[in-house]
Ligand binder design. Structure first.
Ligand code: 6R9
Length: 640
């Protein structure tokens, strides 16, 4: 395919142009310590660090620390320090599911609400280092709850409202949470989500001392005496001042669970100083933020994108950030652009899956709205196909707004590979180049580092402030997952091509992670849910290309002797996965088969299963190691 190149639009006057970017890169290479300490200066520290990074990815000396002797509080950085001059500035614009039914919170209001939540948590005995689950809709109180945890040094763990009670229970157990903050119900696309009821179900297996319930719809919900508190009942009595806990830079800030290639979701741990520096820095660099901007990142706070670019990055830069509690197609496919016009959004950041879904509806729902306030567009979460990129650029941005395709991960805390909107020529489909101080490498199967134009596995050869520090309760797993495959390197799990201009093209996961609509799903989790059904003997799950979702889930299932597969059982199995994990992990296709392709040593050959799910009829490579090569024919015949 021919690659097109888009120069930086001429009248896009960014603070960082090509020359400034060169300077940043030069400094990052010449004096990394000074460079990173300079970035840390964006924050207000109680004690400014004397040293930037201290890390080694080597097994015998494995450690990662940033700004280790520094001390600060992140809620102070997002709130207190802005109050004197910007207290009346809008911090959050809540955009509800019903267009226009939202409201705004100024920095002062967010500060006061944060302090109230912090005092409430303290009154319930929650202290520094304790874990607090947040299972909430996209309402300003959710941001206040996160900031309140940061204020008192509690470690928050936000769980996306689309996850099932079982998933929530698993996370509560894993991090031994002492409180849950939730809402009565959520509302998305006109449909109610019974958040409090889900919490009650989750807590049947493992209770916690405190549940705080914020009113979103005002629905009647069950309340357990002594445990559950209606926020509205106590709010007036809570002080709007709360002394911040001074944290060491390496004190944990939050845990966010994410799917890996094996076992249950991992609790990705981010710490205070490095994460805050990285969220604040990347927000400023990549979104070219100006004081009068209205920034809208459509992600949910249940994902890392919501942490870094709805809450912490924008607020640390005293930006105005939109919290959207709806979906792109409600009430109709023009929702994003109607909202952009009504709120005057200037920077818009969303996922390729949303762009593809909107593109399918044609240009009219976009053109119906002016969008003239937008000056910068961004994408995140999965590779964007050049066709969708071009549509976003041409139709949504009218060919005048840079598009930043930002590559990063839960593990990286913030953006690592992306254009600088005022400095980098764009190639549709490429996340372009690493940020200053970031050192990607491509490695082949034989562990050779590849030079020049090449395709391989994407690794990073050094640390950066926003890097995750550990897997909660499992430091061994942290090392094994990310640093063992390629000695001395952080392995991202992504495949990637680098072209002759040094541009990076992420090709997708090379491990057993499926990226469905930008959401990471571990094949092992779906398989273990499927096999928990009494009729199922074995299951193997792979991803296959999907026009809108990017990838969807294809499940191969073998049944116990005497059981018969059919549509009824398909429905039951989908239900099982929705129950165990959540609707986002529901298989698109279920293929009943008598056998799975296995090697003589019993390993499932996923390569073959992927090919068949993709629709291939040949090109299965070497099948001679299969215990029974005739399985392939049978699978082809039964393809869904
Ligand atoms: C931020 C986020 C991480 C995985 C990552 C990669 C994919 C994210 C991308 C992208 C191509 C981009 N990914 N951004 N692939 N181009 N711009 O999404 O974090 O949920 O942890 O997912 O998403 O495969 O490894 P997370």
């Amino acid at each position: 395919m021919s690659e097109s190149v888009h120069p930086v639009p001429e009248d896009f006057n960014a603070r960082i142009g090509a020359r400034e970017l060169d300077e940043l890169n030069d400094l990052a290479n010449a004096d990394p310590d000074r460079f990173w300490l300079d970035q840390a200066r964006r924050l207000t520290w109680n004690k400014f660090p004397t040293k930037a990074g201290d890390w080694s990815f080597k097994e015998d000396d494995f450690h990662i620390q940033w700004f280790a002797d520094g001390e600060l509080n992140l809620s102070v950085n997002c709130l207190d320090r802005h109050l004197a001059e910007h207290g009346d500035r809008t911090a959050l614009i809540f955009e509800a599911d019903e267009p226009g039914e939202g409201h705004r919170w100024t920095y002062r209001q967010l500060y006061e609400e944060t302090c109230r939540f912090a005092n409430l948590l303290k009154s319930r005995g929650v202290a520094k280092g304790d874990r607090v689950m947040i299972y909430m809709p996209m309402i300003p109180e959710a941001a206040a709850a996160m900031l309140a945890c940061a204020r008192i040094g509690a470690i928050h763990s936000v769980v996306f409202g689309g996850f099932s009670p079982d998933s929530l229970a698993g996370r509560i157990a894993d991090c031994d949470a002492c409180a849950v903050i939730t809402a009565d119900e959520g509302v998305r696309g006109g449909k109610k989500i019974p958040l409090k009821r889900n919490v009650d179900t989750a807590l049947e297996t493992r209770d916690v001392p405190t549940v705080i319930v914020v009113a979103r719809t005002g629905a009647e919900v069950a309340m357990k005496d002594g445990r559950d508190i209606r926020y509205a009942d106590v709010r007036e009595g809570l002080s709007t001042e709360c002394n911040p806990e001074i944290m060491r830079a390496e004190d944990p800030l939050f845990i966010l669970y994410t799917s890996g290639s094996t076992g249950k979701p991992k609790g990705v741990v981010h710490t205070t100083g490095g994460y805050a520096t990285w969220a604040a820095t990347t927000f400023d660099w990549i979104f070219d933020y100006r004081l009068d901007d209205i920034f809208w990142c459509t992600a949910d706070i249940g994902w890392i994108t919501g942490h870094s670019y709805v809450v912490y990055g924008p607020l640390a830069n005293r930006a105005t950030s939109v919290m959207f509690d709806g979906v792109p197609n409600y009430p109709d496919f023009g929702r994003f652009w109607e909202t952009v016009d009504r709120l005057g959004v200037t920077i818009f950041y969303t996922a390729p899956t949303a762009i593809r879904a909107l593109m399918r509806e044609g240009d009219e729902p976009v053109k119906r709205h002016s969008r003239k306030s937008i000056r910068l567009l961004g994408t995140v979460g999965e590779p964007i196909n050049p066709e969708a990129w071009e549509w976003y650029w041409r139709v949504v941005g009218d060919g005048r707004c840079p598009v930043v395709d930002t590559w990063w991960q839960t593990e990286t805390g913030g953006i690592l590979i992306s254009p600088f909107p005022g400095a980098t020529e764009m190639k549709p489909g490429s996340a372009t180049k690493p940020l200053p101080g970031i050192h990607p490498l491509l490695v082949d199967a034989a562990h050779r580092v590849l030079e020049g134009p090449a395709s391989g596995n994407l690794c990073l050869s050094g640390s950066w402030p926003g890097q995750m520090r550990t897997v909660w309760n499992d430091h061994f797993r942290f090392f094994e997952t990310y640093f063992k495959t390629y000695s001395g390197l952080y392995f991202t799990g992504d495949g990637c091509r680098r072209d002759e201009d040094g541009y990076y093209w992420i090709t997708g996961r090379v491990d057993d992670v499926i990226n469905v609509s930008g959401h990471r799903i571990g094949t092992a989790e779906v398989e273990s849910s499927l096999v928990s059904h009494p009729k199922v003997a074995e299951a193997a799950v792979v991803g296959f290309p999907h026009d809108i979702k990017g990838q969807a889930i294809y499940a191969y299932v073998t049944l116990n002797a005497g059981e018969e597969g059919g549509d009824e059982l398909r429905k039951e199995l989908v239900q099982e996965v929705r129950h165990d994990i959540g609707a986002l992990a529901a298989p698109e296709k279920i293929h009943f088969t008598l056998a799975l392709p296995k090697t003589r040593s019993g390993k499932i050959m996923r390569r073959i299963l992927r090919k068949i799910a993709e629709g291939a009829t040949d090109g299965f490579g070497d099948t001679s190691t299969l215990a029974d090569p005739s399985v392939v024919e049978a699978l082809l015949a039964g393809r869904q």
